[in-house]
Design a binder for this molecule. Structure first.
Ligand SMILES: Nc1ncnc2c1ncn2[C@@H]1O[C@H](COP(=O)(O)OP(=O)(O)OP(=O)(O)O)[C@@H](O)[C@H]1O
Length: 208
């Protein structure tokens, strides 16, 4: 499903990632690693958000050769989402719905599911960190991508929302969708059956 070949990533002279190959099949995958080991960097590479050396392919679609097609089949939720403070949640959702050719009803259902509907006409600048995170998760689930990349999806959201997120991931995975998750908290096996657990160590991605 996803393959990364000969990946090199530096910020200035600071090399963060350097490995020859990482391949994963479809399923739910969890990426571990201490602070600053490169999890977010790896996710940004796969989602086409940062320049890198190497090759990334998802279901045979090459990120560098077909960037628009590639981006249309992935969804990425940042660990710490940042949006212009003056837009409303609804405006952001409408943007995602439009660019992903999704139905407005899908976003409305997601907003209801995460109990965000009442806040969507407020400006994002007034949101709490948990509300902002839930908005980013709603946006990530808009459309019909192949792979969902959720960077630290559990931070700042309450327990009920985390359980809802687990449920949604399970439903999507049952439909054949794949997930790449990072979390400093343990993902308990009774909540989510993981197909792969990986660690970033010494610039490499290692299966645990
Ligand atoms: N935009 C950037 N410019 C310069 N250095 C960066 C940038 N982004 C990340 N880094 C550096 O790259 C390294 C990896 O950072 P990254 O955010 O990918 O780690 P992480 O594993 O996600 O960390 P955490 O668990 O703390 O969120 C760190 O040393 C960080 O300082």
């Amino acid at each position: 499903m996803l393959s990364l070949i000969h990946i090199h990533k530096k910020y200035g002279s600071h090399e963060v990632l350097n490995f020859s190959e990482w391949k994963i099949d479809s399923g739910i995958h969890w990426l571990k690693g201490g602070n600053g080991t490169g999890k977010s960097t790896l996710f940004r590479i796969i989602s086409g958000q940062t320049p890198f050396k190497g090759k990334v392919e998802l279901n045979g679609v090459n990120l560098k050769k077909e960037p628009v097609k590639f981006r249309s089949i992935i969804s990425f939720a940042e660990a710490e989402p940042q949006y212009p403070l003056f837009i409303t949640g609804q405006e952001l959702i409408d943007f995602y719905t439009g660019t992903r050719n999704a139905k407005a009803s899908q976003a409305a259902n997601l907003a209801d599911y995460f109990e965000m509907s009442a806040f969507l006409n407020q400006k994002v600048g007034g949101y709490s960190s948990g509300m902002l995170k839930k908005l980013s998760l709603i946006c990530a689930f808009i459309g019909d991508p192949v792979l969902y990349i959720l960077d630290e999806p559990l931070i700042t959201i309450d327990i009920a929302s985390a359980d809802k997120l687990y449920q949604l991931i399970k439903e999507k995975a049952a439909q054949g969708k794949s997930f790449l998750l990072s979390s400093h908290q343990e993902v308990s096996a009774d909540k989510l059956k993981l197909d792969g657990v990986f660690n970033i160590d010494d610039k490499q991605v290692i299966r645990l």
